[in-house]
Design a protein around this ligand. Structure first.
Ligand SMILES: C[S@@+](CC[C@H](N)C(=O)[O-])C[C@H]1O[C@@H](n2cnc3c(N)ncnc32)[C@H](O)[C@@H]1O
Length: 511
């Protein structure tokens, strides 16, 4: 075992700063309701407690805490650098409803801290299928200790069979690490080089496993710290849904539904023979594993909850009260949405009415269902269209009333400043959504310059200010940073900023 492995987890590099909208409380509540179950909160404004286990750099949790000041957030991770980063962000942003703990699942399972108590939402993303079986057992015990009755548990994990083609790459990468004694970054490069040679030489595995070639191509585009966390842990092991469901059942958790909302169209959206084959299976776990075979599933976002106190279904009132917001403009007469099972083409009448209604601001699901084209679709189809738009990040599900924006302003200012210096942050907190919105490296630089000028700056001067300021990474452009033209700055002022204002990422009168 390498000196930087803890419980088989490679701790040689810090992880990325990603955000996953499926982990937001409102999204999780919607996922439960679309599956016919109750949300963790019937009143979207009610206070709640949220725990993230294996929170990594803590960026996702800080974004959620800023956008949901009525929630109390706790993040746990055993890597000191991750926790230090998370605490530094929370402190710099002035967040008061979040705390981070440098805990290890194994120790926590033995003695759950009394002051942690129980949580309405418990989430783990990119953790469950990366740790060794004993650590997973401990983690499941933590879930049992942590989850409030009626609470929701989100588990995002690498799933089978979509990773079968990647098994050889993973196996050799890990073996190279164990046998060569090289630093993890060098191991990843050596592994890529080795597979390039195998491909060039016509190794049989590439012929038999077409997924190997596409995985190798994907690996070459990915950052080395991501690759280390993806491939080099001793416990890396993509799982079937049935395996996860059986493991968490040991702590009394049962499956509610998926937070991958496009998959709520399944199995109905499959061709007749495949749909029938899925539907005729004798149990839920068999149906889901067979369905995952059909679609070649590679990542699942499962929602569970304690089964002992299964709450009654939410009823349509709570579902219809949930509010939907437009995240980005949509043009043209059709929309092609890539899902885990196929590309779905929506024609304009099916979605354009929703998009134009949302252009003026957020609308409840009930209001959207009442639109003429949606009534024509029927309730079930209309909900499926919304699920697809949510999946494609064209709309977001959010709060019924915007949160106070003070915490969001503090965090977003910090994010813009740091991103300008080259830190690869890529989201802003949004008070209307209770979640976060994607922001490109250039938009974050523009926001930083605009905030520094207190919003009193035209496009030409904004572009000039960005040009004067050295870009990130010691003056060299960081990933995604480009030279800002006056046209680009004008698009930021006239399109991006107004959209961010509507979503509560920037206050109305700010800067
Ligand atoms: C792949 S990262 C995902 C991080 C974060 N959830 C995200 O999606 O950005 C997995 C995280 O789990 C943490 N982790 C792994 N084993 C752990 C353990 N035994 N106790 C606590 N944290 C652990 C790692 O430190 C790492 O931050």
């Amino acid at each position: 075992m390498s000196a930087v492995d803890f419980h088989g987890y490679d701790a040689s590099a810090g992880y990325t700063y990603g955000f996953c909208p499926e982990m937001a409380p409102d999204w999780l509540d919607l996922s439960a309701m679309l599956a016919g179950a109750a949300p963790a909160r019937r009143d979207g404004q009610a206070p709640f407690r949220y725990l993230e286990l294996g929170c990594g750099q803590g960026m996702g949790l800080c974004l959620l805490a800023a956008a949901n000041p009525q929630g109390q957030f706790v993040g746990v991770d055993f890597l000191p650098d991750h926790v230090a980063h998370a605490r530094a962000v929370a402190r710099a942003a002035g967040l008061t409803n979040i705390q981070f703990s440098d805990g290890d699942f194994v120790a926590l399972a033995q003695q759950w801290p009394v002051d942690f108590g129980r949580f309405d939402y418990v989430s783990l993303h990119g953790v469950y299928s990366w740790i060794t079986p004993p650590v997973r057992t401990a983690l499941v015990r933590c879930l049992g200790q942590a989850t409030a009755s009626g609470g929701l548990v989100y588990i995002g994990y690498n799933a089978q069979p979509g990773w079968l083609g990647s098994m050889p790459f993973r196996h050799i990468s890990r073996l190279l690490k164990e046998e060569s004694n090289q630093p993890s970054e060098a191991v990843m490069q050596a592994s890529i080089g080795l597979f390039d040679r195998l491909a060039a030489g016509g190794a049989n595995s590439f012929r038999i496993l077409p997924g190997l070639k596409s995985r190798l191509a994907a690996v070459k585009r990915q950052a080395s710290n991501y690759l280390i966390h993806e491939y080099l842990h001793a416990g890396w092991h993509p799982l079937w849904h049935s395996e996860v469901a059986k493991e968490v059942a040991g702590e009394g958790l049962t499956f509610v539904g998926t937070a991958s909302l496009a998959e709520t169209l399944l199995p109905g959206a499959l061709p007749p023979l495949l749909r029938a084959t899925v539907e005729e299976q004798v149990s839920s776990v068999l149906r889901i594993d067979v369905q995952d075979l059909v679609i070649n599933q590679s990542f699942r976002r499962d929602v569970f909850r304690p089964s002992s106190l299964w709450p009654t279904p939410a009823g349509d009132v709570v579902l219809e009260g949930k509010k939907i917001y437009l995240l980005k403009p949509v043009e043209g007469d059709s929309l092609t949405i890539a899902t885990s099972f196929s590309e779905i083409i929506l024609q304009a009448p099916a979605y354009a009415e929703i998009v134009s209604a949302l252009d003026a601001g957020g609308r409840s699901i009930g209001e959207l269902l009442a639109l003429p084209a949606m009534r024509k679709q029927g309730r079930s189809n209309a909900l499926q269209i919304m699920a697809l738009l949510l999946h494609a990040r064209i709309v977001g599900v959010g709060r019924s009333a915007p949160a106070p924006i003070r915490a969001v302003q503090g965090l977003n200012r910090f994010i813009a400043e740091e991103a300008s210096r080259g830190r690869r942050y890529d989201h802003l907190a949004a008070a209307s959504l209770g979640s976060a919105v994607v922001a490109t490296a250039d938009d974050l630089r523009l926001l930083d310059a605009w905030l520094a000028a207190k919003g009193r700056i035209d496009a030409k001067s904004l572009a000039a200010t960005c040009a004067d300021k050295p870009m990130g990474d010691q003056g060299a452009p960081a990933d995604g940073q480009t030279a800002i033209t006056p046209d680009r700055a004008a698009a930021f002022l006239n399109q991006t900023l107004p959209r961010w204002r509507k979503l509560g990422a920037v206050a109305q009168g700010q800067a």
